[in-house]
Design a binder for this molecule. Structure first.
Ligand code: NAD
Length: 292
């Protein structure tokens, strides 16, 4: 069974997630503040919406895929937002990575107005968004999760309800902590191997066959070895996620020394102008430390 999805935020991830909804037979009413972003997908069947309200009009569910907490708050609670203009099906699913506390506040306000709200952040990067194989971690009420599931199934293959409102974001922040520290470990191994003169491409392949195998080494390793910094999950967005991790760990008084260390390296990367580049650009920090 399909229907209509309002999709807000057609960026790196959102445009391919919306494409997969279209492929699965959903009518998608897409909106982005970026001029022409929705229009550019009209030939693929997306119905461009000029506003949040237009994207939500008559929709079963609205999905948001936006950069950070204030963007989601503006789209949900702001003037012309989803609180005042809910979809006909009265369910909003935010798939961005944002603060769990803000999620719970929006959940309470939407629920009081008769609209359900799920936090459903994702892991798997732009490749996962394109392939429709994202891992989706969902917080919120079970009945809302059951209703959202067919929509989520068009975008991901690992779909789990992990607890009440905000729990999806908590699991996602734990995911990001592992990704950041793991990427740092890959950077260090590549820097050491390079200095010792081994063939890095061969080293990567060997390591992928053993206990050091990881998503970062597999997916980002080739770009790091080639010195490519380009597109993907931006350094700026990872710094946002590390800030969210820090806020959560401060609130719970859980020390995270590894996260603190890798955060300083992300800050250094951004200070050198890498904020708009993909996470593979973290290796540039090691280039500088080793005079490469
Ligand atoms: P992005 O910046 O490429 O896309 C966000 C889109 O939202 C942009 O097109 C922007 O114009 C639009 N936008 C901003 N404010 C808006 C508003 N008020 N109304 C309508 N549109 C608005 O970001 P992305 O890489 O697609 O990431 C989106 C979210 O998913 C982030 O929270 C990110 O942390 C998370 N995420 C990203 C990746 C990745 O690999 N890129 C992976 C997993 C999760």
């Amino acid at each position: 069974m399909t229907g209509t999805v309002g999709f807000i935020g057609l960026g790196t991830m959102g445009c391919d997630m919306a494409r997969n909804l279209l492929k699965a037979g959903w009518r998608v009413q897409g909106h982005d503040v970026r001029e022409g972003a929705a229009q550019a997908m009209a030939a693929e069947g997306l119905v461009p919406a000029a506003s949040v309200a237009e994207a939500a009009a008559g929709a079963d569910i609205v999905v948001t895929m936006l950069p950070d907490t204030p963007h989601v708050q503006a789209v949900v609670l702001g003037e012309g937002g989803l609180l005042a203009n809910p979809p006909a099906g009265r369910l909003v699913v935010d798939m961005s990575t944002i603060a769990p506390t803000a999620v719970r506040e929006m959940h309470v306000r939407l629920k009081a107005a008769g609209t359900g709200f799920l936090d459903a952040p994702v892991s798997g990067g732009p490749q996962g968004a394109k392939a429709g194989t994202l891992s989706i971690m969902v917080g919120g009420e079970a009945a809302d999760f059951a209703r959202a599931r067919p929509v989520l199934a068009a975008m991901g293959t690992t779909i789990n309800h992990v607890g009440e409102s905000g729990a999806g974001q908590t699991v996602k922040l734990c995911n990001q902590l592992i990704c950041g520290i793991n990427l740092q470990a890959v950077c260090e191994a590549l820097a050491l191997g390079r200095a010792a003169g081994v063939d890095l491409s061969q080293m990567r392949e060997v390591l992928l066959g053993g206990s050091a195998a990881s998503w970062m080494l597999d997916r980002l390793g080739p770009a790091m070895i080639a010195g490519e910094t380009g597109a993907g999950f931006r350094i700026d967005l990872m710094l946002k996620d590390l800030r969210l991790v820090r806020e959560l760990s401060d609130a719970l008084a859980v020390p995270l020394p590894g996260t603190a260390l890798v955060t300083t390296q992300y800050v250094e990367a951004r200070a050198h102008g890498e904020g708009g580049n993909g996470n593979q650009a973290l290796f540039k920090v090691y280039d500088r430390m080793t005079n490469q």
